[in-house]
Design a protein around this ligand. Structure first.
Ligand code: AMP
Ligand code: MG
Length: 339
């Protein structure tokens, strides 16, 4: 156990302290607009390897490299295709990660032995300030224990990783609430590997044809190779067993109210008054962006209520809703019940 320093992003001296720790090869939880990241020097293989130990992350699951200027992209990859420049122009800085063939400077621990690397330019001012103060890019997966709901506040980071990392930089709650959209440009046509705050519709409006990787919505067939190693694992899950209920509202309400034992509900705001079990809402039925913002906090709250089963109401799958649905089916280990 080490003592985890609590730093404030609003304090310029604390940004310098975070950068100093990172320059010395340490680990710092940093705010981004998606979720909190657990950062290390992306060009230092040993420092980045410590991320896996602190999170309990499988060694074959690569890390996203964070930059604070579009000019930092070229040295990290083999070449910058026109498609990457177009996406950068439209969506960087922001919640979009691009995968490209990697340059030799990317350590094996960061790419998990793959020939490609994932790069993102976050829009959160504190993330940008820390990267700039370091002078090198930061490898940063979500700052949770592997498999658990991603952290959207500094408190969540402390809860999961306090005593295991050097510091956490508190920049307030994350605006988007789910991890970045991940697209690979290493295939032709490009392929969406993980939906997020930048939607498939937005990406298609810039690049044209983009394939939706089947692993976004379905479990990997046994023996199939994952396009993105992270897709293999159960993810985002609270301690309670999550079951996704996909059907009309009345059926959902009745199902939950008649299967009460030790259960809680992850519901929409309009359902709260009609459920007779402990329940937490994650937005109204039509508010996909709010659902994304609230999802992980709501799952953590349901765990705090001590329920053993969580009946989750199935979200709409368009726009940002695709990201919400993708996280929930993984949290549920693909256990979906329909009418
Ligand atoms: P996290 O940083 O915890 O949000 O996870 C990053 C996600 O990006 C994981 O699902 C990884 O498997 C995926 N990823 C990172 N680098 C690559 C890569 N080079 N190729 C495919 N997927 C990647
Ligand atoms: Mg993660």
């Amino acid at each position: 156990m080490k003592e985890t320093m609590y730093l404030r992003a609003s304090n310029p001296e604390d940004i310098e302290i975070a950068a100093k720790i990172l320059k010395e090869g340490g680990l710092v939880g940093i705010p981004t607009e998606t979720v909190y990241g657990l950062a290390a020097n992306a060009l230092d293989g040993e420092a980045s390897a410590h991320i896996f130990a602190a999170k309990g992350r499988p060694a074959d699951n690569p890390l996203i490299v964070h930059i604070c200027d579009v000019d930092q992209l070229a040295p990290l990859v083999q070449e910058v295709p026109e498609s990457a420049m177009k996406l950068a122009e439209h969506f960087w800085p922001g919640p979009l990660t691009m995968i490209l063939p990697k340059a030799d400077c990317i350590p094996d621990s960061v790419s998990a032995g793959l020939e490609t690397v994932a790069i993102r330019y976050p829009s959160h001012p504190a993330a940008q300030a820390v990267i700039a103060a370091c002078g090198f890019p930061l490898a940063a997966p979500s700052a949770n224990l592997s498999g658990r709901p991603s952290p959207t506040t500094a408190e969540h980071v402390m809860h999961d990783l306090g005593g295991r990392i050097d510091a956490v930089l508190d920049g307030g709650p994350c605006a988007v609430g789910v991890e970045s959209t991940v697209i690979t440009l290493a295939t032709n046509p490009p392929r969406l590997l993980r939906p997020g705050g930048i939607t498939l519709e937005q990406l298609r409006s810039v690049l044209g044809e983009i394939v939706l990787d089947p692993a976004v919505l379905h479990p990997l067939a046994s023996g199939a190779k994952a396009s993105s190693p992270g897709m293999k694992y159960k993810h985002y899950a609270p301690k309670a067993n999550v079951i996704l209920l996909d059907g009309p509202r009345d059926w959902y309400l009745n199902y939950v109210n008649t299967h009460q034992e030790d259960a809680g509900a992850l519901c929409f705001t309009e359902d709260l008054a009609e459920l007779t079990v402990p329940c937490v809402a994650y937005g109204t039925e039509t508010e996909s962006a709010k659902q994304a913002h609230e999802l992980f906090e709501a799952l953590r709250e349901l765990d705090d209520l001590g329920v053993s089963t969580i009946y989750a109401r199935c979200p709409d799958q368009s726009g940002v809703g695709l990201a919400v649905y993708n996280r929930l089916i993984r949290a549920a280990g693909f256990e979906v019940r329909k009418v």
